[in-house]
Design a protein around this ligand. Structure first.
Ligand SMILES: Nc1nc2c(c(=O)[nH]1)N[C@H]1C(S)=C(S)[C@@H](COP(=O)(O)O)O[C@H]1N2
Ligand SMILES: [Mo]
Length: 209
């Protein structure tokens, strides 16, 4: 039987607040909306009242932060990502989703794992509206990946054919982010970059990007 807590994780009873940049304090349920765009037949803009009219789901799950804390048995509610993808009629050419947030933060995942029934656009946690500092009014919840894939203050879902690695991913976090496989950081990439630096190839690689 698999252990309750993924390898290298420690259970916390608090809930740390972690993000780059500042809390977007002007964001409210009234000003929030979500653009669903890119490789879709029906680009849509969803405001908060519309989100609440879509199918809702409640689930209890653990979350796992790459910095090694795990928080158990959180009760989340929201709209399954799958419902939004179906309404937008995702084109077969779409292979990845870029989650676009306030202040330019992004993270991405392939479409397929996002269609799992535990992936939510979450607005409620443990019976209360999702607090602003935790990404409210609406954040992504992708419980099977490290928590940096659960984008706070999400404002856009862009379906794309080619992946666009996100804010933490380009800074060395794994693009796979699987807590059970413990794919935390792209150490190999760091080694490659180090070697390229030594051989003075770095400048050329950057300019080709
Ligand atoms: N918009 C945005 N979402 C984000 C981040 C961020 O910097 N900006 N950080 C990620 C990281 S690294 C973590 S660990 C979780 C933390 O969520 P929490 O503050 O609710 O614990 O948010 C993720 N989502
Ligand atoms: Mo994180």
């Amino acid at each position: 039987m698999r252990p309750r807590v993924p390898p290298g994780q420690v259970v916390t009873h608090g809930w740390p607040v972690l993000h780059a940049g500042s809390v977007p304090s002007e964001l409210t349920a009234t000003s929030w909306d979500l653009a669903v765009h890119g490789e879709v037949e029906v680009p849509t803009r969803i405001d908060f009242p519309t989100l609440l009219k879509l199918p809702q789901r409640e689930l209890v799950t653990d979350i796992h932060c790459v910095t090694s804390w795990t928080k158990q048995d959180m009760r989340w509610s929201g709209v399954p990502f799958r419902a939004i993808a179906e309404a937008a009629r995702v084109k077969p050419t779409a292979r990845f989703v870029v989650m676009e947030c306030e202040q330019g933060f992004t993270t991405s995942l392939p479409v397929e794992p996002l269609l799992e029934d535990d992936v939510l656009l979450a607005h409620t946690v443990d019976g209360a509206p999702l607090p602003l500092e935790h990404g409210g009014p609406v954040r992504m919840l992708v419980p099977r990946r490290y928590f940096y894939k659960s984008a706070k203050w999400v404002r856009g879902l862009k379906f794309v054919t080619v992946d666009e690695p996100g804010f933490w991913e380009v800074r060395g976090y794994s693009n796979v982010a699987d807590p059970w496989l413990q794919t935390r950081y792209t150490v190999d990439d760091v080694r490659v970059i180090h070697r390229m630096r030594k051989e003075n190839l770095f400048r050329e690689v950057i300019s080709k990007r």
